[in-house]
Write a protein that binds this ligand. Structure first.
Ligand SMILES: Nc1nc2c(ncn2[C@@H]2O[C@H](COP(=O)(O)OP(=O)(O)OP(=O)(O)O)[C@@H](O)[C@H]2O)c(=O)[nH]1
Length: 343
């Protein structure tokens, strides 16, 4: 009976999950960013609104310090219903970073983009460098950097797309030349924004953060089984309201039951009418990423939350080599557990 439904209070996440997704183009992109830093006036660091803690990358703190930074929480439309709870969350996030500036954005909302543009312009005026101010946009893979660049260019100079965007991480592989997003005083002058490839954290300290990042599309969909992602999503959906998936199934904590219902309702059936659970899982994840299956934040946003997260990360070192060592050790342990379990 629906009224007696009790959602899971914790997610029994698996120790077998990978905790790293640090690729070659992430490392080379980061080292190129470092070499460019002396010619950059402002760094725009993008983080995902739905995972404000998990999408911060300590590598940026370490590598891009010394430049003024504006933090932009992207994809706000996918995590916010613009209610009182959202307002309070945004206030806490601003406190985390005070006195550094923080803005929130939906790349389709002209007002949000204009705010970022205004910030850039006032920074340029303050620095007296409207003649050729250069900014770098950085962030985790798929966080929305190129979309932000295109939106700023559209609002700022009324021009069309300059960067490719896409629903999978890793669309941008190389650092581009600067794209003009605001006119300057003279012809050929203005504010330029340089797009960069997304850079993943070297090692994700807790498995749940890895699930969150994967759900938000920061790692390739082949890294974590889609059914595991939907299981994790179902856990969150139930915490908010099982009504969010009422079209497909009554409240449940069983991912296979949920996916079977989705497969049947959406016609994802294999030979002999067998439900295609993986196909259904990929579809569900996509629906959530598009905001069509609830809009909510996955990280817990509380006062002091960012400091707590930083302490947790410091406990894990933070260097890429250390991270590789830990990932290798994790792989060995997982292989041993599989061997002992006979799987
Ligand atoms: N709903 C919504 N979707 C967004 C927003 N910003 C970006 N997206 C979508 O998120 C996906 C990734 O956007 P990109 O701009 O390609 O992300 P990126 O950070 O440049 O990705 P990399 O190439 O991995 O560095 C695309 O499908 C965009 O349409 C936003 O504010 N709201």
């Amino acid at each position: 009976m629906a009224s007696s439904f009790i959602p899971r209070a914790v997610f029994p996440y698996l120790d077998s999950l990978p905790r790293s997704y640090f690729l070659g183009h992430h490392a080379s992109g980061l080292s190129k960013m470092k070499t460019m830093l002396s010619s950059i006036d402002l760094v725009i660091e993008c983080r995902d609104y739905r995972v404000p803690l998990s999408s911060q990358n300590p590598l940026f703190e370490a590598s891009l310090s010394g430049r003024q930074r504006l933090i932009v929480y992207t994809k706000r439309d996918l995590g916010s219903m613009c209610g009182e709870e959202d307002r309070q969350r945004e206030e806490i996030i601003r406190h985390w970073h005070a006195p550094s500036p923080v803005l929130f954005s939906n790349h389709r909302d002209k007002k949000d983009i204009q705010r970022i543009l205004n910030f850039a312009k006032s920074h340029a005026l303050h620095k007296n460098s409207l003649t050729g101010m250069r900014m770098l946009v950085v962030g985790m893979p798929n966080v929305g950097k190129s979309s932000l660049l295109n939106a700023l260019r559209k609002v700022g100079v009324g021009k069309g797309k300059a960067a490719y965007t896409g629903a999978q991480p890793g669309i941008t592989r190389k650092i581009t030349t600067g794209v003009k997003i605001a006119e300057g005083v003279e012809e050929g002058e203005g504010i330029y924004l340089v797009d960069t490839p997304g850079v993943f954290v070297p090692y994700v300290p807790n498995a749940e953060s890895m699930l969150k990042l994967a759900l938000c599309g920061s790692v390739k969909d082949t890294i974590i089984p889609p059914t595991t992602l939907v299981d994790y999503l179902l856990y969150h959906l139930n915490q908010h309201s099982p009504q969010l998936y009422a079209t497909y199934n009554p409240p449940t904590n069983e991912v296979s039951e949920f996916l079977e219902a989705v497969a049947r309702k959406t016609g994802r059936l294999q030979k002999g009418g067998v439900p295609d659970l993986e196909g259904a899982a990929l579809w569900v994840v996509q629906r959530w990423r598009e905001g069509l299956l609830g809009r909510f934040v996955l990280d817990e946003v509380v006062e002091g939350g960012l400091e707590g997260r930083k302490r947790e990360e410091e406990g894990f070192g933070g260097s890429v080599n250390q991270a590789r060592k830990m990932e290798k050790e994790g792989e060995k342990l997982r292989a041993r557990a599989r061997h002992l379990g006979g799987g």
